[in-house]
Design a protein around this ligand. Structure first.
Ligand SMILES: Nc1ncnc2c1ncn2[C@@H]1O[C@H](COP(=O)(O)OP(=O)(O)OP(=O)(O)O)[C@@H](O)[C@H]1O
Ligand SMILES: [Mg+2]
Length: 244
């Protein structure tokens, strides 16, 4: 079953839309990646899923519930968690306090959930009393992910969780993302690095200039001339069958 279905979503900041008619599905336990050049509208799309921006048309469904018109602050209760690209932790709060904030929507006792989270993220357990602002960039991104997971979401949307990280820490973060999916969460991850997306995701969507150009299983996408597609030469896309 698809935990997240976005259907022909159009949204933007003013009158002219940035993202046009973008459709995407993410299944439980799977990693779906969105790749695309800078300014393609990836973050705009993610913000729309999270209810920070209102779509002007289209539909967003989480676990069979239409959340298109649900207020952004209520969306976590429907099972969708969102981790923004920047400023994703409370820097003056400790690791533990950040997790407590994330636990407000938790169905379990937040303390029980926190121990589970610390098992998944041993790096954070070791730093539980540190102020988030004193963590490395990579640890901050892990904390942002962990905080979102406190509410036990069925869908998690991660906007470039490895941006600016060293290759070694990028590995760490991807390992965590894979673990989250393995535990049954539907993961939608925005990734600048195409190779990484092809390595870790099962499905890839290519977003160029606000439109979803191609999408499909990773082995099909890997065969395409993604460089050309990024530059807007989407001849290849037109030659593909509709479901690719
Ligand atoms: N708050 C905003 N107000 C108005 N326009 C915005 C705003 N944020 C982004 N944009 C514009 O929307 C377009 C898409 O930006 P967006 O951040 O969604 O792209 P992106 O694919 O996430 O890029 P990147 O890879 O750099 O993160 C850009 O032209 C950008 O200038
Ligand atoms: Mg972005």
């Amino acid at each position: 079953m698809d935990a997240l279905i976005a259907e022909k979503v159009t949204s933007g900041y003013g009158r002219s839309p940035i993202v046009r008619d973008v459709s995407i599905t993410v299944a439980a336990g799977m990693i779906t990646a969105i790749v695309g050049p800078n300014g393609a509208g990836k973050s705009t799309f993610a913000k729309t899923l999270a209810g920070i921006l209102r779509p002007t048309s289209g539909k967003i469904v989480v676990n069979d519930t239409d959340i298109t018109h649900v207020a952004g602050h209520l969306i976590p209760r429907y099972g969708l968690a969102y981790v923004p690209q920047n400023d994703n932790v409370f820097r003056t709060l400790t690791v533990r306090e950040n997790l407590e904030v994330g636990g407000y929507a938790s169905k379990k006792d937040p303390r029980t959930r926190m121990s589970e989270i610390f098992e998944i993220f041993p790096d954070l357990a070791r730093a539980d009393d540190k102020k988030a602002g004193n963590l490395s960039g990579g640890q901050q991104n892990l904390l942002a992910m962990a905080r979102a997971l406190m509410a036990e979401p069925t869908v998690i949307v991660l906007d470039e969780p490895t941006a600016g990280l060293s290759p070694a820490y990028t590995d760490v973060v991807w390992r965590q993302v894979e673990l989250i999916a393995k535990q049954g969460t539907a993961v939608l991850v925005i990734e600048q690095n195409v190779e990484r997306a092809l390595t870790h995701a099962q499905f890839v969507n290519v977003l160029v200039a606000g439109a979803n150009h191609v999408h499909g299983p990773v082995d099909e996408i890997a065969k395409l001339d993604l460089g050309g597609i990024f530059l807007g030469r989407d001849q290849t896309a037109q030659d593909l069958p509709a479901d690719i």
